[in-house]
Design a protein around this ligand. Structure first.
Ligand code: GUN
Length: 336
């Protein structure tokens, strides 16, 4: 007896017919470009209707080369979609108290709707203390315990950017998640745990694995969806993945081969994945979606800040016609 195709398999069969066989390579760069284009229109409308420009403050402490590149990209894209960017570069020897004082100022600055403190922070600074000091309503990274709690009980809040990006990538190839088996490799607070919660929210059966998990290949072999965020180049081999499964590869590692050639590889052995249903490439998969999600979160934070403002009423307040003009975009985390 053959079992009925799962929604994911039915979807992938259709996609493979279109693509002429082989896996669907989920183009994160193109999806991120579509999201930022649509956000540009939303931001323009938001500014015209509210007079408020969404603003993102990015704080970089020290001169870590990778962090500098990420911050530069975040600032450039924030401005590209029409939002304001407030960049704060602090020296590597910044005292924790000074960083906390800056976070405090940003928390109360009405022009700042989102705050991101780039990680890693120098050793003299307790990152948890700093992240916990960010106003949860401005916590566009979704790392504050209030947002973590909201995610865990499914009551909205700001969702961490990389997991949000992973879900949007999955949404391009999966219609109905209910009952699908998802395996998450990696249990970090930034990716593994939140992505597992998002998959659970969609009613997947979720297994979270990590470095000490026994029989990892056997567990992965059973999965319809695999999200790998282990930071271990080419960890997931072709024979770990069943035909038709979807692989989201969060890993990105720079490697040099025996001939001295440099390349960037993911946590999945991409060249061994000819039989899978869909897979994200590295680079060009999850990476661009992380920044797109940061911008989405900043817009969500600005929209919610505006909605939370007390409405003027009575004498001297906004006329009903004026109020009708203020359209507050609603961002529903369950549809993201
Ligand atoms: N460093 C690497 N990834 C991230 C991220 O998602 N947020 C912050 N704040 N720092 C990072």
């Amino acid at each position: 007896m053959t079992s009925a195709p799962t929604p994911i398999r039915a979807m992938n069969e259709r996609l493979q017919m279109v693509a002429g066989g082989g896996p669907t390579v989920i183009d994160g760069k193109a999806l991120a470009a579509r999201i930022t284009a649509s956000l540009t229109t939303d931001v323009e409308k938001f500014i015209a209707e509210s007079g408020v420009t969404p603003g993102l403050a990015v704080v970089l402490v020290g001169a870590d080369p990778a962090s500098q590149i990420y911050v530069r990209k975040k600032v450039a894209l924030t401005e590209q979609v029409g939002m304001k960017s407030f960049e704060h570069r602090l020296p590597a020897d910044t005292a924790q108290a000074d960083l906390l004082a800056l976070v405090d100022r940003l928390n109360t600055d009405p022009a700042v709707h989102g705050i991101l403190v780039q990680l890693p922070l120098p050793p003299q600074i307790n990152a948890k203390k700093v992240l916990d000091a960010i106003n949860p309503a401005k916590d566009v990274d979704g790392f504050h315990p209030v947002n973590v709690g909201r995610l865990s009980n499914g009551t909205g809040g700001l969702i961490p950017c990389t997991p949000l990006g992973c879900m949007k990538l999955l949404d391009t190839v999966i219609d109905d998640y209910r009952g699908l088996k998802a395996v998450v490799i990696g249990k970090s607070n930034i990716v593994g745990k939140p992505v597992a919660l998002l998959l659970l929210e969609r009613e997947c059966t979720v297994t979270v694995t990590h470095i000490l998990t026994r029989n990892l290949p056997d567990i992965v072999r059973d999965a319809d969806i695999i999200v790998v965020a282990a930071g271990s180049p080419r960890l997931v081999r072709g024979d770990w993945v069943k035909p038709g499964a979807v692989v989201i590869d969060v890993g990105i590692t720079r490697v040099v081969d025996a001939q001295g050639r440099r390349s960037v590889v993911g946590d999945a052995a991409f060249d061994e994945m000819g039989h899978v249903g869909a897979i994200t490439p590295v680079p060009g998969g999850v990476g661009p979606m992380t920044i797109a999600s940061l911008l989405t979160n900043t817009f969500q934070a600005a929209s919610q800040a505006l909605a939370a403002q007390p409405h003027e009423s009575g004498t001297g307040g906004a006329e009903p016609e004026d109020e009708a003009l203020i359209v507050i975009p609603q961002v529903d985390s369950t549809t993201l």
